[in-house]
Design a binder for this molecule. Sequence first.
Ligand SMILES: C[S@@+](CC[C@H](N)C(=O)[O-])C[C@H]1O[C@@H](n2cnc3c(N)ncnc32)[C@H](O)[C@@H]1O
Length: 361
Amino acid sequence: MAADAEDLEHTAAAYRAAEHMYGTLGSPLYATLCREGAKDPEVLALSAEGLDAASPVHLFTSAHFLLLGGAKHPLARFFATLVAEPAPPDEAWPDFRAFCLEYRDELRQLIASKPVQMTYAYRCRTLLPPMCIVADEAGEPLNIVELGCSAGALLMFDKYAYELREGEHIGDRASPIHLKGELHGGPALRIPLIGSRTGLDLNVIDPNREEDRRWMIATCYPELLDDQRQLNDAMDFVAASDIAFHEGDALTILPGVLAATPDPVCVYHSACLFYWNEEQKDELERQLREASMGRVIHRISVETTSEANRWLEGRNEAMGEAGNEAQATGEIILTRYRDGKAEPEWLAASTPDFGTMWWKD
Ligand SMILES: C[S@@+](CC[C@H](N)C(=O)[O-])C[C@H]1O[C@@H](n2cnc3c(N)ncnc32)[C@H](O)[C@@H]1O
């Protein structure tokens, strides 16, 4: 459906808002495309047709996907994924615009059908510490169920090597995936023994399908080659695993999955619930309470929230200048569901890249 003036303004606002974010996250190319795109009605109109019109990255990902698939166009010279020495991002707009017009039909089809499901193996840095707590409490092998698992990179967290405290190496050092972070406080770390792995997603990714894998790599910012390598390696682990994937709304599938999953079980979700409204979140809570009659279900939540920033503001004040640099946007909450009752425990705040965590005590 063609975009009206309100759609265009809404999309332009999303482009303006995202410029700073992409710059901060390490993509000067996408920051430039946002700055220039916000002023271009033709590109905005195309972008507004996407499943998520408020996300400029959908159009950029689709262009990246076509280029990775071999589309021949001068735009390729700006992508670090395609050339060893990318051209300056500030010069990319005319080629991006031309690409959008030339490949309009292909782009239209992609943004209307493929969701952006960004996932990064490095998010496991925030998953390992609470998983250690759950494994200690609930026992092993632990059966894990992820809501909104995307390509399944987090379901393989036990296959990666970690250094979350200086000099403390956890996991298989021969793993191709090494995750370094900063954990302030927190539990003793180890790799828990995992039993079954179950992943629920609206759109299941098959790592053995070239198109799925290329789409996932295209969702990574082109400059962040290490993230792409990590995701590729994670998808190799997924391809060799016995993860049971279920496609559809997690809220429809979860009750059946929980009924079929033996104890001990841990349900978790990361960067997923910001897509959900309050009704959906309440429904998840209700389902977990109901499923916990006669058993204990652990739930780890790694999501963005204002709670973490409020806590960090207090801490920064207490620390004076030393704390000013710290900025959290994420938090880790562990909830134990027993006989229909929930016992939430706020564990930690984390930075947007999930790299630094401050444990509550
Ligand atoms: C941003 S990705 C995060 C993936 C992964 N959890 C991570 O942290 O890297 C969010 C995922 O949640 C999925 N998702 C969102 N709402 C969902 C729902 N109601 N049921 C199942 N999956 C959902 C999306 O399809 C997407 O793959």
